[in-house]
Design a protein around this ligand. Structure first.
Ligand code: ARG
Length: 482
């Protein structure tokens, strides 16, 4: 008999039971489900809705269920429908009638909304942790290659020389915004829905603030209908993860390109490449490709949830059960991808002997010659045209701009003087002395600033985690400690 089976004469069709069950995936919510139940039980005892005796017996029973679940000893087959029902039925076997009082002033609708929020909060912390990890890897790589030159690209064509470290720090910026987005999303996740009941609130004198405090939530939800039907905190979380996936995919693509013989900028550590079953010489950047490939599912999950939500009338509908697989998979995919890419960045070998010469090839200093003339007073547009002609001549006779003699230069503009002969990539980067530019001094201070920002993020993460409750404490602390 189902917990809701009182008004039914026959039991659910086996096919319907299997189709409707969520336990195969929501079982991973069990630690959060037990935290929520323990906090709810403590609050019910404090408000005299439960006797201390029943409450204690519920907490003790939940402790046993926790151990059984941790040890993988509970049957989690589909007949149990979902993790909430499974925990409650096991509790009943262990402690008898008192188990039936735990669900006083609670519905599975506010219970599942709570569990998903607790899961989301923990996931945000893990994701920020992983973002900090990859940012550190980039800072280290930038630090040990601080003055290495490489070509900067636009349209994947050589554009202007940049420092390799500057390029690496670009990723630190992206991942920093990603962390900020997740922290912002945490603001709206950090809300207790419990107490909303099925949809209308509950007819008991509960203390929602106490439950919120026990579970480490900053606020309680302000509308019971919204609280049980809202999953926009999951949607924005998925959107933040989609952006991380996009950033990771661009990085993966650069590693794939840069490790080709054609580029030869980097070598990916052997441990993160694979061979071919037919071509003995191959070393393929499979893991980077896979990270790029996984972007598809992470983008897809965002759309799957948005679509799931869009047609639902308020309040709870069973459609909402479809939030979980998408959410879990995106969280797992992103934390794993950040981890593997961090290791790849840590093991990256940079080929200075290739990136340096490549930094000036394909007339990458042309802008600097134009800027030279512009600084002598020529309008930049005219300077651009003159250097364009220079490039054309050089291209025709296979020379580089740096090969041109003073006579060659002066033949096209008398403004050129001896300091214009053989400009170098070093000159080009050193000239970009603007905040955010690629000049070595600028990159060095950006590197230092990124270091301190990361230290601040790490402290933020520690504060966030310090606010999370411990299941152990919620289960074992004496009942009179509120
Ligand atoms: N498994 C359900 C879900 O994930 C739990 C809530 C069920 N509530 C209900 N009224 N059927 O959404």
């Amino acid at each position: 008999m189902k917990q809701w089976g009182g008004r039914f004469t026959s039991s659910a069709a086996p096919s319907a039971e299997a189709f409707g069950a969520s336990i195969s995936f929501d079982c991973r919510l069990w630690p959060f489900d037990l935290m929520g139940s323990a906090a709810h039980c403590r609050m019910l005892a404090h408000t005299n809705i439960l006797t201390p005796r029943d409450a204690q017996s519920i907490l003790d029973g939940l402790g046993i269920v926790a151990n059984e679940l941790a040890a993988g000893q509970l049957d989690l087959s589909e007949k149990w429908e979902d993790i909430h029902t499974r925990v409650e039925s096991r509790l009943g076997e262990l402690i008898g009638a008192a188990a039936g009082r735990l669900h006083t002033a609670r519905s599975r609708n506010d219970q599942v909304a709570l569990d998903v929020r607790l899961f989301a909060r923990a996931a945000i912390a893990d994701e920020i942790d992983a973002l900090i990890g990859i940012q550190r890897a980039f800072l280290d790589l930038a630090g040990s290659n601080m003055e290495v030159l490489m070509p900067g690209f636009t349209h994947l064509q050589h554009a202007q020389p940049v420092l390799f470290s500057h390029h690496m720090l670009a990723y630190v910026e992206m991942f920093d915004r990603d962390a900020a987005r997740l922290l912002d999303c945490h603001e709206r996740t950090d809300v207790l829905p419990l107490g909303s009941g099925a949809l209308a609130g509950v007819p008991y004198p509960i203390d929602r603030q106490m439950t919120a405090r026990l579970l480490g939530f900053s606020r309680i939800s302000l509308n019971s209908i919204d609280a049980v039907s809202d999953r926009d905190f999951v949607a924005e979380h998925l959107a933040a993860l989609a952006l991380i996936a996009m950033h990771l995919s661009r990085l993966a693509e650069e590693l794939v390109l840069w490790s080709t013989a054609e580029f030869g900028f980097v070598t990916i550590d052997e441990g993160y490449t694979t061979g071919s079953s037919i071509m003995p010489q191959k070393r393929n950047p499979d893991l980077a490709e896979l990270v790029r490939g996984k972007t598809g599912r992470v983008f897809g999950h965002l759309f799957s949830l948005l679509t799931t939500l869009k047609g639902q009338p308020l309040a709870y509908n069973k459609d909402l059960q479809e939030d979980k697989e998408a959410f879990f998979d995106s969280v797992d995919t992103i934390t794993a991808s950040l981890g593997i890419m961090k290791e790849m960045v840590q093991g990256l070998q940079v080929h200075v002997e290739t990136t340096g010469p490549s930094a000036v090839s394909q007339f990458a200093l042309a802008t600097d010659y134009a800027d030279y003339l512009a600084k002598k007073g020529l309008p930049f547009r005219e300077a651009h045209g003159i250097v364009g002609q220079l490039v054309k001549t050089c291209e025709a006779d296979g020379r580089r701009l740096e090969d041109l003699s003073l006579e060659d230069l002066q033949a096209i503009s008398p403004l050129f003087e001896s300091d214009a002969v053989s400009l170098s990539a070093h000159d080009a980067v050193a000239a970009r002395q603007v905040p955010g530019g690629t000049a070595p001094d600028q990159v060095r201070s950006a590197h230092t600033a990124a270091h301190s920002r990361l230290a601040e993020r790490t402290a933020q993460l520690a504060r966030l985690r310090a606010g999370f409750p411990s299941l152990e404490t919620l289960l074992t602390r004496p009942l009179d400690v509120t």
